[in-house]
Design a protein around this ligand. Structure first.
Ligand code: HEC
Ligand code: HEC
Ligand code: HEC
Length: 104
């Protein structure tokens, strides 16, 4: 490989690294529910040991864009979306723990 392409590759790696660093620091607010606003912390979920593709995959939250997937409690209770983890096994159960997500 030519020296210039090694440099290009290094730069690319750095850029990709920085793009990924956006995630953990992100805080998303879901404020449509009458139960109160839900704050999703990228950092808490990263600290829990999840890589980006634990959630950003076809059957969960495919797009890194808030609002791409509409979230309902029926789906959460059915073990989908947030409920694929918030089921009392991987993380605290959504049922009975409303206030750990919803804050007035
Ligand atoms: C525990 C699940 C989870 C993990 C892990 C996760 N994300 Fe997300 N991320 C979400 C959800 C949920 C959304 C909102 C998607 C939607 O509304 O369809 C989101 C949205 C985003 C957005 C868009 C934010 C906006 O303002 O629209 C970016 C960028 C993003 N994630 C980057 C990352 C990166 C980078 C990583 C890894 C470092 C990561 N995410 C890990 C769940 C996760
Ligand atoms: C890949 C698994 C996974 C997904 C998907 C996921 N979470 Fe979590 N979440 C966790 C784990 C693990 C914790 C750490 C707490 C625990 O162990 O119960 C956590 C913690 C939280 C906390 C912190 C609560 C507290 O009291 O500290 C909130 C709020 C939360 N999640 C909301 C959400 C929301 C909203 C979604 C969907 C947009 C979501 N999570 C999707 C695994 C997940
Ligand atoms: C793991 C986090 C989490 C927990 C726990 C949770 N919710 Fe939610 N809930 C959400 C998210 C995210 C939304 C979507 C809000 C939005 O789109 O703005 C939502 C939406 C809602 C909505 C409006 C949409 C709908 O499906 O009706 C209601 C009502 C609601 N939640 C009630 C509850 C109640 C009651 C509990 C406890 C039994 C609860 N939630 C527990 C994350 C959670």
């Amino acid at each position: 490989m030519k020296f210039s392409s090694v440099i290009a590759l290094l730069l690319l790696t750095l850029l990709v690294g920085n793009a990924l660093a956006v995630g953990p620091g992100k805080v998303l607010e879901f404020s449509k529910s009458s139960m109160g606003k839900v704050t999703f912390s990228g950092q808490i979920h990263k600290d829990a040991g999840f890589a980006c593709n634990a959630c950003h995959k076809p059957d969960l939250f495919p797009k890194m864009k808030q609002g791409a997937v509409a979230i309902s409690m029926n789906e959460i209770y059915a073990g989908k979306l947030c409920g694929s983890c918030h089921n009392g096994k991987v993380a605290f159960d959504a049922k009975g723990n409303c206030n750990r997500c919803h804050k007035k």
